[in-house]
Design a protein around this ligand. Structure first.
Ligand code: FEO
Ligand code: CA
Ligand code: CA
Ligand code: CA
Length: 597
């Protein structure tokens, strides 16, 4: 029945053709607006953006750089059919100073440039309101609008809060951290807060080689902290970025953070119960018994998929009491990591990506518990060590090394979890793990999308079945698979990064790093029935950009256009994109709204 969830209802647009334009391209019959871009005012009193004369004080009030995840929370009293006002929360994943400053000298960053970068990281919260035509516009709201940056205090919560591993000279209690960084993807919780993943945090901390204790050294290596200076050289301006001086500061990043946009004066939270790794993001579903389950990916080659199951149960409703209860659900529970097995003979998994004789890359798996609150379930690790060095704990229990787990999100319609495994150019290389049924291609350039169904659709279950829903790439190639759909009818898709769902239960996928030599974009695909696997491209983003943060509402789509013009040889002195402002302007990361005309 095409009216049932996930069958393709609402996906009646004509797909956008692959291209390399310096533009956002939407289907015929749709139109687009820039909602907000780097440097636009967020707080009342923010100065107008002035590329040549940036200051940290201005940036602290303006939309940050390289917006990634985008989340929408309806404002209270707006729950009718026509919700008019939202809080929009954007992650500002990272800064690229060579695109931000004329005459950028990577060997000699100035203090002002560095402090601008600190204020350009973090998150922005803005009120978004419909105008009379139904279009969204940003409001400079005095109460709700907020910038969260690398100088905003966060409260550390959960079983590792206060651990000696988190104590520093500036915070001997190990419970308050200034800032969040490399916030990649995220999710809106059922209680209306935002979760955001601190991802590639290793690049910000210098001098891992100055740490001499062999255990501490091995842990730093497991997370990829560099020897010597960092490329950013922030350690010149703040000792906390120097592991020789503050060896524990790095342990205070790499968490899932939670922001309650409805409580603008409340400290955001770092959730230690969800483990520390290169968090892409986290998405929560309420299980049948009321406990909440967060699914998470660790985005690096050969890293793992995790989930967290709360001890407490979700309280429905928006009362203050219910919200305060629900905002504590991620403080206690069990952290798990995934192990996958395939059901086809190993000899049929030859690394080529061609389907085995049973016609599916599929099988079973289990969630291996790592820790439950103050109880470690991993030999040789205390519970605090499990949380702070989750990667190392997961190594011990034999978790499955995946092809870069990016966004992981459960469908609220079918309760299955969908994970973007974006690519892994090193699978099968000498000294590296080869293909298995769950990651079936060596030197996997285009990635795949995993569909995981928990036993009896119970999201708290410890066993599951799985199949690869998409094996991405050129549909004409014999190493691609589109959910069993006729491959002559689908759009090419490469390097899935973010996943989202529309209200009809269809899956939407945004891409980063298209290895088919076209621009990245946003795709929609039904999950059920005859249309399952019919991938159609909804939009493309400008050259050099990735598409992220998609939000799919019934009458609009929002996408984050991150790092437009990030192309070989480009810089602020030689911009190779002039999106979105045109002329000879600098490219500016932005949120784009798309409407039906
Ligand atoms: Fe920031 Fe995993 O992409
Ligand atoms: Ca199989
Ligand atoms: Ca991402
Ligand atoms: Ca990305």
């Amino acid at each position: 029945n095409p009216g049932e969830p996930g069958h393709g209802t609402g996906l009646d647009f004509d797909p956008v053709a692959p291209n390399t334009l310096d533009a956002v391209v939407v289907p015929d019959g749709y139109e687009q607006d820039i909602l907000i871009r780097w440097g636009d005012p967020v707080l009342p009193g923010a100065p107008e953006w002035d590329f040549a004369n940036q200051t940290a004080a201005a940036q602290a009030k303006q939309f940050g750089f390289n917006n990634d995840y985008c989340g929408l929370v309806p404002l209270p009293g707006q729950h009718g059919r026509h919700r008019e006002r939202y809080l929009m929360v954007s992650n500002h994943e990272y800064t690229s100073e060579n695109y931000m400053f004329h005459g950028w000298d990577p060997d000699n960053p100035t203090r002002e440039q560095t402090e601008i970068a600190w204020q350009a990281h973090g998150l922005s919260v803005v009120v978004v309101e419909r105008d009379r035509r139904g279009k969204l516009e940003v409001k400079l709201d005095r109460h709700y609008n907020r910038r969260i940056t690398l100088t905003t205090p966060f409260t550390v919560r959960g079983p590792a809060a206060g651990s000696p591993l988190l104590r520093t000279n500036a915070d001997p209690a190990g419970r308050t951290v200034f800032g969040t960084k490399n916030n990649c993807a995220g999710g809106v919780t059922p209680w209306g807060t935002i979760l955001s993943g601190e991802e590639n945090i290793n690049q910000y901390f210098a001098n891992a080689d100055a740490v001499t204790d062999p255990v501490a050294r091995a842990r730093l290596a497991r997370y990829g902290f560099p020897a010597g200076a960092t490329e950013r050289k922030w350690e010149r301006f703040d000792d906390r970025y120097d592991l020789a001086k503050e060896p524990n500061e790095a342990n205070r990043f790499g968490w899932i953070v939670e922001i309650d946009p409805l409580s603008p004066h409340e400290n955001p939270v770092k959730h230690t119960a969800l483990g520390r790794f290169k968090h892409e993001g986290a998405n929560v579903i309420i299980a049948h018994d009321g406990r909440v389950v967060a699914y998470m990916g660790d985005d690096e080659r050969f890293e793992y998929l995790y989930k967290f199951v709360s001890d407490g149960k979700y309280k429905p409703g928006n009362s203050r009491h219910a919200r305060e209860h629900n905002k504590k659900l991620l403080d206690s529970g069990t952290l798990y990591v995934a192990r996958f097995t395939g059901d086809s003979p190993a000899a049929e998994i030859d690394g080529s990506g061609r389907l085995p004789s049973d016609g599916e890359f599929d099988g079973r798996g289990e969630w291996i518990p790592l820790a439950h609150n103050d109880k470690s379930l991993v030999d040789g690790f205390t519970a605090e060590e499990v949380y702070v060095f989750a990667r190392a704990a997961a190594d011990v229990v034999g978790a499955t090394k995946m092809d870069r787990p990016e966004d992981v999100e459960p469908s609220l319609k079918n309760r299955r979890m969908y994970a973007a495994l974006t690519n892994n150019s090193e699978r099968g290389n000498p000294g590296k793990e080869g293909a298995t049924e769950i990651n079936p291609r060596v030197r996997n350039r285009h990635g795949h999308v995993l569909e995981l169904e928990e036993r009896r659709s119970d999201n708290t279950a410890t066993t599951f079945s799985w199949q690869l829903f998409l094996v991405c790439g050129d549909p004409a190639a014999d190493d691609t698979y589109f959910g069993g759909y006729d491959k002559s009818q689908v759009s090419p898709i490469s390097c899935p990064d973010n996943v989202a769902f529309d209200s009809k239960g269809n899956l939407w996928i945004s891409t980063d790093g298209n290895a088919l030599d076209f621009n990245d974009g946003l795709f929609a695909v039904p999950l059920e029935g005859r249309e399952r696997g019919h991938v159609k491209q909804f939009l493309t983003v400008p050259a050099g950009a990735e598409t992220c943060g998609p939000i799919i509402e019934d009458d609009f789509v929002l996408v984050s256009v991150q790092h437009p013009g990030e192309l070989d040889g480009a810089s602020a002195d030689n911009p190779l994109s002039h999106w979105p402002d045109g002329g000879d302007s600098q490219p500016r990361p932005s949120v784009v709204a798309v409407y039906r005309s």
